[in-house]
Design a protein around this ligand. Structure first.
Ligand SMILES: C[S@@+](CC[C@H](N)C(=O)[O-])C[C@H]1O[C@@H](n2cnc3c(N)ncnc32)[C@H](O)[C@@H]1O
Length: 273
């Protein structure tokens, strides 16, 4: 297998997603929590809630790949009138999300045609086995005047973490620059997303969310790196040793420069017919 084929297989492997990567919310929460050090800070659930402001009273909204329910929780507060449904491939991660929730795969949604006013697919389409089929399913379940809101990261997002990993892995292997870390969003980046979504929707508006994370302690970055534990066998380098080496590099950098900076670029895509 080529690196990218192996990467794709690992990122879409249902057993790995449901059984380890998202069998609870610990790893997802570690990745989400790094953003508390980002400037500017974005209220992502608030941005999504704003985009849903045109959804009729008592309308239906489905959050596909709802994860730990961050968006459902916020919508319950902001729009208590809406009928919300959370779907996810991983039973473990939805166990504590207040219902209704169900296990389902975005490529085969258990919902009737045009049965919902809006569908969310936030930071999840890159996990779909067939991204085009997933977009077609989202389009199928949404009413003609409805909308789909997707989100993902740019291929330029957090390049400093890619660099840090490759350097730490190289040090561990004694090879100079080591193998790249797994990329979750590579199959559906902010750059690729409009073409996928444009197959089903006439209007795809991208809201870019650039920012910089600044940390003065290696801990949150190390926790972020460690949250890829489910894919530890995909790195062609001992995982724990690479993370410990990254910690040492980070400590040295922070001692010399006072902080470590990571440039971020995420985005939200709002799709209508
Ligand atoms: C990165 S998390 C994002 C969670 C949430 N949407 C958010 O933005 O906080 C990806 C979620 O998608 C789920 N997922 C992965 N593949 C899926 C699929 N094929 N169908 C439905 N959900 C899937 C995972 O179990 C996980 O909860």
């Amino acid at each position: 297998m080529t690196d990218s084929v192996a990467n794709d297989a690992a990122v879409t492997d249902r057993a790995r997603l449901a059984g380890s990567a998202y069998n609870g919310d610990r790893d997802l929460a570690a990745r989400q929590s790094l953003y508390q050090w980002q400037v500017p800070r974005y209220d992502l659930p608030g941005i999504v809630a704003d985009q849903l402001s045109g959804v009729r009273e008592h309308g239906r909204v489905v959050d596909v790949g709802c994860g730990n329910g961050k968006f459902i929780e916020r919508l319950r507060q902001d729009r208590p009138d809406l009928h919300l449904l959370g779907l996810d491939i991983a039973p473990g991660i939805i166990a504590d999300v207040p219902g209704p929730v169900a296990v389902a795969d975005v490529v085969r949604l258990p919902l009737a045609d045009a049965s919902t006013d809006a569908a969310l697919a936030l930071h999840m389409l890159y996990h779909a086995k067939d991204v085009a089929q997933a977009v077609s399913e989202l389009s199928r379940i949404v009413a003609d005047d409805g909308l789909v809101i997707a989100s993902t990261n740019s291929d330029r997002d957090k390049v400093e973490l890619d660099e840090l990993w490759a350097r730490a892995a190289g040090d561990v292997l004694g090879t100079g620059r080591g193998p790249a870390r797994i990329s979750l969003s590579a199959r559906f980046t902010l750059e690729k997303a409009p073409a996928f979504l444009g197959e089903e929707f006439d209007r795809v508006a991208t809201i870019e969310l650039p920012g910089t994370i600044t940390v003065r302690d290696a801990g949150p970055v190390v926790a972020h790196m460690a949250s890829y534990q489910a894919w530890s066998d995909q790195h062609d380098v001992p995982f724990e040793a690479t993370i410990e080496r990254a910690r040492t590099i980070l400590d040295g950098h922070i001692t010399r420069h006072g902080a470590f900076e990571i440039r971020c670029l995420g985005g939200v895509l709002v799709c209508r017919r």
